[in-house]
Design a protein. Structure first.
Length: 269
């Protein structure tokens, strides 16, 4: 396994592509799968069954129920650290329909994008039908390819989910627990970035990441009511957390990982 303790503190290394970035799978009585991947054009998602019609939109205000989300390409990822989000951007910039995946991109000397610190996408789940609806939301780990020496990106990947401005960070749980400072019980959550024992004034402890629901699911929840005309905003951010003490190991060559959003919408009964 790839030991998190051995990643060099703030070391910037080109890792590997997080394949496909984010995929969106929306389900009512059928499935429409559209990938935001390496070479993907515009796609439209608008689902209707009986009186329920749900659209995925990249703008809250749209002229019709069409959904247009476009990603032309993704670049290799560098390590990043959670505290840099606040230093460089802030939640209002990240969780915004006005910014896209290029927010996390780096440029070379010629001004061309050549790598990513993180990938973000913002979209709305909008009820464009004639009746209130409800939906299940699941963020999947759709694919996880190990490196040539058997390591996985899931060990250092962090996923940040905003729902109408409320933010939660997720990560893979640890095998060796720490003692919860409040309950005193064993806690298997991984730190979002720096560990409590490594925290400094310049790099404070940023809390613990909520543990992935399983090896194939980041998180899942249900929204009981979305009224006609109502839109829920989601921003999903993924990165490879690079704040650790020291490292002599190379990056996990050949490893890739893919995230997918699955939404099941149906009538309130």
């Amino acid at each position: 396994m790839y030991e998190l303790e051995y990643v060099r503190k703030r070391k910037r290394r080109i890792w590997v592509l997080i394949a496909g970035g984010i995929s969106l799978s929306v389900v009512v009585s059928l499935s429409i799968i559209a990938f935001l991947g390496r070479f993907v054009g515009t796609f439209t998602v608008s689902l209707e069954t009986r009186n329920v019609e749900i659209a995925l939109c990249n703008k809250k205000v749209a002229g019709d129920s069409s959904t247009f989300i476009r990603v032309d390409s993704l670049w290799p990822f560098q390590e990043f650290t959670y505290s840099d989000f606040e230093r460089r951007f802030g939640d209002d910039v990240i969780d915004s329909e006005e910014t896209d995946y290029t927010l996390g991109a780096n440029q070379d000397a010629e001004g061309k994008y050549d790598s990513l610190n993180f990938f973000k996408t913002t979209f709305y789940v909008k009820n464009v039908g004639t009746t209130p609806a409800k939906y299940d939301f699941k963020l999947n780990i759709a694919d996880n390819v190990l490196s040539e020496d058997g390591r996985s990106l899931i060990d250092t990947m962090r996923v940040m989910v905003y729902e109408d401005g409320k933010k939660t960070v997720y990560g893979k749980g640890e095998t060796i627990p720490h003692k919860n400072a409040v309950s005193g019980e064993a806690d298997y959550r991984a730190p979002v970035s720096v560990r409590e024992s490594e925290a400094t004034e310049s790099e404070p402890f940023m809390g613990y990441a909520e543990t992935f629901a399983s090896s194939k699911v980041v998180t899942t929840f249900q929204r009981l009511t979305i009224n006609v005309g109502e839109a829920k905003r989601y921003t999903i951010v993924s990165w490879l957390e690079g704040f650790r003490s020291s490292s002599t190991e190379p990056a996990p060559k050949g490893a890739t990982i893919k995230l997918g959003v699955e939404i099941n919408a149906y009538e309130n009964e």
